[in-house]
Design a protein around this ligand. Sequence first.
Ligand code: SAM
Length: 329
Amino acid sequence: MVKISPVEELFTIINETALIIQEEIACTFLEALAETGENLFQEAVLQEEISELNKKRLEKLYDQVQLNKYQNEEIRKALQLVILKGMRESVQANHQMTPDAVGMLISHLLNKLVTDHSFTLLDPAVGTGNLLTTVMNYLQPKEIGAIGVDVDDLLIRLSYVNANLQQHPIEFFNQDSLEPLYVDPVDVVICDLPVGYYPNDVRASQYELAAIQGHSYSHHLFIEQSIKHTKDGGYLFFMIPNGLFESEQAAKLHGFLKEKVIIQGLLQLPLTMFKTKQSAKSILILQKKGEHVVPPKQALLVNLPSISKVKSIENILSQIDDWVKENKK
Ligand code: SAM
């Protein structure tokens, strides 16, 4: 008999139940996925429009799942696979889930740089919650007060399902993160920045990084908003486009960063991770200025090798650890 992995087992049930719901309530696959995730969590079929026959089919499938039998990472990966399947149908490029390798790398850096057992963490573009829950899983057993914000109501519903099924107590806000955010300053921000123009010029004009003419860059405003919501001395980890410091608006961004933060590091992700050179990204590590914050002797500058080269990755991780020892005593 072929033995299937826990991730495949969960994937199959979540996928099959989402398909049943999609057919019955005529919605998109991703909407059906959010519904089935909620059913699994509540241990009930919550949709009133489901026929008795399909309700029984769903209940039989849900009965096969004992959530506490699975590791958080198995639940996250199963959901990630079903979400990827649904995204092939409909979601735009800017809404893509953050790759696992990025979440793991940020967790490694965060673990080295933030040594407190408990801290607060904000992701202002939380999307499906893949990045945020990857980081929370890798940082267990730390106590993390997490907050996720996203303007897209379907993606934030998927985030909510992700958090519930993995039992992460995350506080969610479904809003434009560039409008006023009613959250206290946090210790750490992580964000896979949405890249492009922000359409609301009136709101943008409230930001120091607003464009002098025309639309402002959303990713610049996100950086400013994130810094504003970080405590003095707190850290920020951004997934940024490689051309961030080369655009016509880069000079203003440079000046702003110089005044508010210390650039701790820049890690260029392997080009093989991206479809085109233009869409390639890096991880930018910042620390907000504060009373006892000192700049590193040297910023951490790394070109990451292809993820498949295990030995090179190990070398890079130990290079990161040496840099932390040297610069963050
Ligand atoms: N880290 C996420 C994940 O793992 O699923 C993916 C983030 S995706 C690259 C960028 C996200 O920014 C999208 O979910 C999009 O809906 C969100 N976004 C774009 N503009 C926004 C805004 N003004 N306010 C809040 N969220 C926004």
